[in-house]
Design a protein around this ligand. Structure first.
Ligand code: KIV
Length: 274
């Protein structure tokens, strides 16, 4: 296997400045979620730039119907598993529900994630989270913000719905994106927002944007592993999902096909956006 293969070419581990450089050079960032070492190793081999241990694990691994039951212990366990599979790919850990409710709680959870092998933590929202982002980045913890559809807000949102369709909501999203970047975020995930709005946000901020259901105008793309492999998660299949296993022929082939499609700009197509 690649990680232990003495013949494998030396590959450079990606860093926060390297991700920014990809944006500056107009090279798309290829990202996937992962939850264990085996899939992580294959993603690393396929040249995936960034892997997220998402709290989506609550739904795709644990079988819950939301991400809310996921704990810091769960994330730290899966971060350790994934980290052992990676040699080059940049690793991001999700801060689960309410672990980022205060700066101090977020610092404690983030420290555990970084000590388990992550290079960045992701947290949802703006508002009072701006203080959390500032607190973490002042303490040298790289932060990925997450705006648009924020699954930890599902109870207040009343479901998993596209965000920013109305003019006022779109304006608020642009303001929030500028605010999280100004607070010190190094990366921004945009989930389920109209493609045009995601392009506008991407042009408005210096940090890279990673889209999921946000069109082709983001600096990078992310998909949930199970969606990319066409696995039935027990939930309605969102339109931004594409089964790459059907084309790729193998798990490694699916990751490579996804990476090629994102880098060449053929995924996502207009049919995958809003
Ligand atoms: O938890 C997760 O997998 C995520 C991605 C969908 C971005 O937040």
């Amino acid at each position: 296997m690649y990680a232990n293969d003495p013949q494998a070419p030396a590959r450079i581990r990606l860093t926060v400045p390297a991700l920014r450089k990809l944006k500056a050079e107009g090279q798309r960032i290829v990202a996937l979620t992962a939850y264990d070492a085996g899939f992580a190793r294959s993603m690393d081999e396929a040249g995936i730039d960034l892997v997220l241990v998402g709290d989506s694990l609550g739904m795709v691994c644990q079988g819950h119907d939301s991400t809310l039951p996921v704990t810091v212990d769960d994330i730290v366990y899966h971060v350790g598993c994934v980290a052992r599979g990676l040699s080059r790919t940049f690793l991001v850990a999700d801060l689960p529900f309410q672990s980022d409710a205060t700066p101090e709680r977020a610092l404690e959870a983030s420290t555990r994630c970084l000590q388990a092998g992550a290079a960045m933590v992701k947290l949802e929202g703006a508002g009072h989270k701006l203080e959390v982002i500032r607190f973490l980045s002042d303490r040298e913890i790289p932060v990925c913000a997450h705006l648009g559809l924020t699954p930890q807000s599902v109870l207040r949102l009343g479901g998993y719905k596209v965000q920013g369709r109305e003019a006022a909501a779109a304006r608020k999203l642009v303001e929030d994106a500028r605010a999280v970047a100004a607070a010190g975020a190094d990366l921004l995930v945009l989930e389920c927002v109209p493609s045009e709005l995601a392009s506008e946000i991407t042009a408005a901020i210096d940090i890279p944007t990673i889209g999921i259901g946000a069109g082709a105008g983001c600096d990078g793309q992310i998909l949930v592993l199970h969606d990319l492999l066409g696995l039935n998660s027990g939930h309605r299949r969102p339109r931004f999902v594409k089964d790459f296993l059907a084309d790729g022929g193998s798990v490694l082939g699916a990751f490579q096909a996804y990476a090629d499609a994102v880098r060449s700009g053929t995924f996502p197509g207009p049919e995958h956006g809003y």
